[in-house]
Write a protein that binds this ligand. Structure first.
Ligand SMILES: Nc1ncnc2c1ncn2[C@@H]1O[C@H](COP(=O)(O)OP(=O)(O)OP(=O)(O)O)[C@@H](O)[C@H]1O
Length: 796
């Protein structure tokens, strides 16, 4: 039933009255929360415990306010009428009457009581008689749409899907919307899954994997409140994608989630160095962990010549076996390289100290013997004895122990601080940094040959390069190296101290401004009540955003939950890094093996996950494509036909009646520009993506921009522009009303997994798809996509 339904003309007015009441309640709660926040902000003094409690309250009120603000848009979207006459309104958050008693005014979509809204079916109605979708614009109810279930209801399937289809047919905005009002049962099951380990969500294009993963994060943050302080990490394939999905969680009231690409997971490194795909593929292999371990070992006391150290007037010698024993002892500690270093140094310094002490003792004994001989010969002994007797001293003074424990201790100290000794030890077991190790390794073909016997010569040659900058594939290697070398605590502590000083300065600035504003000497200013450090600490502790900020700069931060989108693209080395971020293995991985384009990416989930989760990972499948109309999906399906059942294309939920088309384009830039201009000017509007081979992005984008001013393109293009030109690698995960693909043959040929790339490109459209091919069409689409004879506006 919709607003036009003549049988229920008063339903919109009825729901409007209720929705208005809900917004009144929301407004009251916002005002209340703001007042509490102000109160806590101005509260001061008391015990340390009281201060901590206030800080916690400050954080809670801030989060609550963010949640209430986020609920403004489509606060209420559903109603359930249950068997016993009970009525439940479903919305973004839970709301209770002011009295606090009685039934909730609005049930949070994540609460168990809301679940039937998503999963009740005519066959299993779960006591639901009627499910109503309420569509609002701003605070105004614009339509209602009912589905009747239960014994006396009809099957209602079509009516129930009206809200979904309206959402799917709506024009795209360049920002992913949340789907909380129209979640499907199979998606709901994934979102609420109680599996505590690794949950893999496999599904074809447009099945809602990304949407589901983000809603699962929101659900888990609701269901497991402690998760907010541990942090949730969302990993996506590129910054453009992360911006595209960036509104979903804040829109659901969750602001404390860190999103990052794999390339951003090593703090302080900007991965902007380009490198051939074949090199990245080698760097992504699991064997690189062994290569790095071997490279580190090779820098630990390399076997060979003896080491000579000048100490005072002496030349001390460290024989190869002595060095080898010290190295073995250090390695036995199983500590990372830099942390094992003191043990190695201590062993050798101890050895040297004993050696020096021994030499000193021998020398002393020799001197004593010599002196005794001289005395005997000269018979001065008797005379000395007489002198001693005259002085009242005993004839035999107890011999002072030369080279005893005290001497050895002193010697150890002296040796440990001696520059020559330190230099010798540094050369044997140098302090290493991840960056230094990698730069060294990749610029040294001989060192690589020794560390990477498992790679063939060409593979090793592909790794050799001059220092300067980092690629995306380097990032997991830097992380691996950091693990092998050990955390450089001093640098981290220094950074933490700097951060704290910066925060203190910032907070003092806030207080200064507040003091300047408040002017009046009689009035207590914020500065009177809060000192800079406390304000800084409060800022540090309060709000989820700062958890995300702290996690972002700390390589060793471990998250309570990690979501990986486009998970099929991660290399084996990237998985090692991601798993280190989540030792609890509470993870949601979403991906599609049919869309793997990275040559180092996954072909089997079991292969990827077994090393980390054994068989304790669970697979959920999504099978319905909500994005791509059946006409386009049918044309794209052939591209993945030979990838096996795991990669089978999903079934589209709707048809549009608009088939995809292809056209021969002799002059590709000109033809592309013409078609893009025509599409951009069409009254149906919407957003257009022109997807081109990565290698021709600059040239083709310039041609399109000349025809359609304002066309976006570049490393991180504005997806809200009416027309955007993307390299095929950038299009992953995105969607547009219309898509134009340029030169499919070049896309197929550009990469070993070119078919997957073309499949991704073809499945980005929610409405229309056109393909321009210079020369004959590739066999993959020749039969599947009809040729445009009198297409949009004629010839190509
Ligand atoms: N239940 C739903 N209600 C409304 N829209 C939905 C629903 N499920 C999915 N969609 C929409 O379908 C589109 C595809 O969703 P999403 O991007 O999450 O799919 P995906 O499986 O990650 O796709 P791909 O693998 O191609 O990147 C989005 O616009 C999403 O909002």
């Amino acid at each position: 039933m919709t607003s036009q339904d003549p049988e229920h003309p008063d339903q919109i007015a009825h729901e409007q009255a209720y929705v208005t009441r809900l917004y009144r309640r929301l407004d009251a709660l916002r005002a209340q929360t703001r007042a509490r926040l102000a109160e806590v902000s101005h509260d001061a003094g008391g015990t340390a415990q009281a201060r901590t409690e206030r800080d916690v309250a400050f954080g809670e009120h801030t989060r609550r306010l963010a949640r209430l603000d986020a609920a403004e848009n489509r606060l209420c979207f559903g109603r359930l009428d249950l068997g016993g006459g009970e009525r439940r309104y479903i919305g973004r958050i839970g709301l209770w009457p002011e009295s606090g008693d009685g039934d909730p005014l609005l049930v949070d979509w994540r609460a168990p009581a809301a679940r039937p809204f998503y999963v009740a079916t005519p066959a299993a109605p779960r006591d639901v008689r009627r499910r109503r979708h309420i569509l609002t614009r701003g605070r105004r109810v614009v339509s209602v749409d009912d589905e009747t279930l239960g014994e006396d209801g009809d099957t209602g399937t079509l009516a129930g899907e009206a809200a979904l289809l309206a959402a799917l047919n709506a024009g795209r905005t360049g920002r992913m919307p949340d789907i909380v009002a129209t979640l499907r049962a199979e998606q709901d099951a994934v979102i609420r899954s109680d599996h505590r380990g690794v949950l893999v969500v496999q599904g074809g294009p447009g099945t809602g994997k990304t949407a589901v993963a983000l809603h699962r994060a929101a659900y888990l943050l609701y269901e497991r409140p402690r998760l907010a302080s541990q942090g949730v990490l969302v990993i996506g394939p590129n910054p453009t994608f992360l911006r595209y999905i960036g509104q979903v969680l804040p829109g659901l009231g969750e602001t404390g989630v860190l999103s990052a690409t794999v390339a951003e997971l090593f703090p302080g490194v900007r991965a902007d160095r380009a490198e051939p795909a074949a090199t990245a593929e080698v760097k992504g292999r699991a064997v690189m962990a062994e290569v790095l371990a071997a490279a580190v070992r090779a820098r630990q006391a390399p076997p060979g010549a003896e080491v000579r150290v000048e100490f005072g007037d002496e030349t001390l010698v460290l024989e190869p076996e002595v060095v080898a024993r010290a190295a073995a002892r250090a390695r036995d500690s199983r500590l990372p390289h830099n942390q094992a270093r003191p043990r190695f140094a201590a062993t050798l310094v101890g050895h040297l100290a004993r050696r020096v002490a021994e030499q000193t003792r021998e020398l002393a004994e020799r001197i004593e013997a010599d002196v005794a001989g001289i005395l005997a010969e000269a018979d001065v002994d008797r005379a000395v004895r007489a002198d001693l007797a005259a002085l009242g001293l005993p004839e035999e003074t107890p011999p002072q122990e030369i080279g005893g424990e005290d001497d050895v201790r002193d010697l150890r100290r002296a040796l440990a601080s001696d520059p020559a000794v330190r230099e010798a030890l540094d050369a044997l077991w140098p302090a290493l940094t991840p960056r230094g190790l990698l730069e060294d390794l990749f610029s040294d073909p001989r060192g690589l040959a020794a560390a990477a016997p498992g790679l063939d010569e060409a593979e090793r040659a592909s790794l050799v390069r001059a220092p300067g900058g980092w690629s995306t594939a380097d990032v997991p290697l830097l992380d691996e190296a950091a693990e092998l070398l050990g955390v450089d605590d001093r640098a981290r502590r220094a950074r933490a101290a700097r951060d704290r000083a910066r925060r203190d300065a910032y907070a003092q600035g806030v207080l200064d401004i507040a003091a300047a504003d408040e002017g009046d000497g009689e009035v207590l200013t914020a500065g009177d009540l809060l000192d800079a450090r406390r304000l800084a600490e409060r800022h540090e502790r309060s709000g989820d955003a700062t958890v995300a900020e702290r996690a972002a700069v700390d390589r060793t931060w471990t998250f309570g939950h990690v979501i990986v989108d486009e998970a099929q693209e991660l290399s084996a080395m990237a998985w090692r890094m991601v798993m280190r971020r989540c030792p609890g293995r509470s993870m949601t991985l979403v991906g599609d093996l049919a869309q793997t384009s990275d040559a180092a990416g996954a072909t089997s989930w079991d292969e990827v996950l077994r090393p980390y989760a054994g068989d304790r990972w669970r697979l959920a499948r999504l099978s319905v494509n909500y994005r791509t109309p059946a006409e386009i999906m049918d044309a794209a399906a052939g591209l993945v036909a030979d990838l096996g059942p795991e990669a089978a294309p999903p079934r589209s939920v709707r048809r549009t009646g608009v088939p995809p088309w292809r056209a021969n384009a002799r002059d590709l830039p000109a033809s592309l520009a013409r078609h893009a201009a025509r599409e951009a000017a069409a009254p149906r509007g919407g957003r257009l993506a022109v997807i081109v081979p990565d290698g021709r992005l600059g040239e083709l984008a310039a041609a399109v921009r000349a025809a359609v001013p304002g066309t976006a393109f570049g490393p991180d293009p504005d997806l809200t522009a009416p027309v955007v030109v993307l390299g095929v690698g950038q299009a992953k995960g995105l969607e547009f009303d219309a898509v134009l693909i340029a030169d499919p043959a070049a896309i197929l040929a550009a990469a070993p997994r070119g078919r997957s790339d073309l499949y991704v490109a073809m499945t980005r459209a929610t409405q229309r798809l056109g393909i321009l091919h210079p020369g004959p069409p590739p066999a993959e689409i020749a039969g599947a996509v009809p040729e445009l004879r009198e297409g949009p506006g004629g010839g190509s």
